[in-house]
Design a protein around this ligand. Structure first.
Ligand code: ADP
Length: 399
């Protein structure tokens, strides 16, 4: 509780050099490339003098770009931990208050504090709250207030020379909506992306969180299986699954955490994610229904539009946009022929597909297993399973 006299001060979370809660690179898993890219800042923060003496210009800031819960904040903290410097963090929305002038003064006091304890790292979470391009809404507070806060941020970033030893990192999922002024050289001129982890990444993240749990089996037994069961999970979801599993075990009075606990925990987390995704996307997958719909449309088109059916002949009755209804310049008899032709063709295609699936069952299950293991297959993987293609690949077309 900051009270009325402190409104000009930003609500900064600070981890100082000697903090016990320090985070290191080993605590962040599944994003090796991002770690490598951010190493440049670690080298600089550890030894700013070396860079100064050489006259090297060090980037002042970087945007960490990626979906929520992928470890952007964690990576920023780990950068501070590895460099042995203080870490000051604040959420973009914290700059916004109902009082005019508070945003800019918070930015000033934040940078002042960072300079006093330099070398140091400032982390601004959800920078889009202040950094949106002009003329875009969707934040709390007035537009003027947001713009003057943004301007103050730009002034501070331009103002401190490379010698001041403050690195500014900022997290966002929407670099596309940011004001271009923020991305100019000397400001956030680097982008480091952190995507959701692939299956190997998830396995590594599971290993971190499984260490803290009392299991009924070897952790590696779990990390591999759980990674395969959790496509689309971000690091935060994985941490959540591990904690949920332990909570469920405790609730059941079990002495160790078992497969069943993890399965219920995953179901629970997926339930939560689905709810979130529904609100986001507003869409429920139509699954097989969508495939059937496409088959039906395509087959009607073959029979009644493209003239591919001998019984209907070389006639074309284009459907109205997005509907099965034809402009009907034909008799009921023709309609019945069209229907039966469509049925026949679809059942033939179904039988042929079943035949193909049976014939290539081995290959299909090999590919399915490989997909479960690797999630993404490249041409080489397919050639490994299926052999070289029997016909030449088509050349890319040049327009
Ligand atoms: P973001 O800033 O991208 O929204 P956070 O860094 O706040 O995500 O992640 C929230 C929590 O999820 C972290 O504190 C950590 O416990 C866990 N987490 C997320 N990503 C990772 C990761 N790559 N490795 C380990 N833990 C992670």
């Amino acid at each position: 509780n900051r009270g009325i006299f402190n409104i000009g001060k930003a609500q900064v979370t600070k981890l100082d050099k000697n903090s016990k809660n320090k985070i290191y690179f080993k605590d962040v898993a599944g994003c090796d490339e991002a770690k490598q890219e951010i190493m440049e800042f670690v080298h600089f923060l550890k030894n700013p003098k070396k860079y100064e003496d050489l006259g090297a210009k060090i980037p002042k800031g970087a945007l960490l770009v990626g979906p929520p819960g992928t470890g952007k904040t964690l990576l920023a903290k780990a950068t501070a931990g590895e460099s042995g410097v203080p870490f000051l963090s604040i959420a973009g929305s914290d700059f916004m208050e109902m009082f005019v002038g508070v945003g800019p003064s918070r930015v000033r006091s934040l940078f002042q504090e960072a300079r006093q304890c330099a070398p140091s790292i400032i982390f601004i979470d959800e920078i889009d709250a202040i950094g949106r391009a002009r003329g875009r809404g969707g934040f709390s507070g007035s537009n003027d207030e947001r713009e003057s806060t943004l301007n103050q941020l730009l002034v501070e970033m331009d103002g401190f020379g490379t010698t001041s030893g403050v690195v500014v990192l900022a997290g966002t999922n929407r670099p596309d909506i940011l004001d271009k002024a923020l991305l100019r050289p000397g400001r956030f001129d680097r982008q480091i992306s952190i995507d959701k982890p692939d299956i190997r990444g998830r396995e590594q993240i599971f290993r971190i969180y499984l260490k803290k749990i009392k299991l009924d089996n070897d952790p590696s037994f779990y990390s591999e299986r759980l990674a395969a069961l959790t496509p689309g999970f971000a690091g935060a979801d994985i941490a959540n699954v591990c904690n949920e599993a332990a909570l469920i075990a405790a609730r059941n009075d079990d002495s160790t955490v078992t497969v069943q606990h993890f399965e219920s925990a995953i179901d629970r987390v997926i339930g939560g994610l689905e709810k979130k995704n529904k609100v986001l996307l507003g869409k429920i997958s139509t699954g097989a229904q969508n495939d059937l719909e496409k088959v039906t449309k395509m087959t009607y088109a073959r029979v009644a539009v493209y003239g591919f059916s001998e019984k209907v002949g070389l006639l074309s009755f284009p459907p109205k946009e997005d509907s099965f209804e034809m402009n009907k310049p034909y008799s009921n008899e023709t309609a019945a022929i069209i229907d039966s032709e469509v049925r026949e063709k679809v059942s033939k295609a179904y039988a042929r597909t079943l035949e193909l699936v049976k014939e290539h069952k081995n290959h299909i299950s090999q590919i399915a297993e490989l997909l479960l293991k690797k999630e993404i297959l490249h041409q080489d993987d397919l050639i490994h399973v299926l052999g070289e293609r029997p016909f030449k690949a088509s050349e890319p077309t040049n327009y």
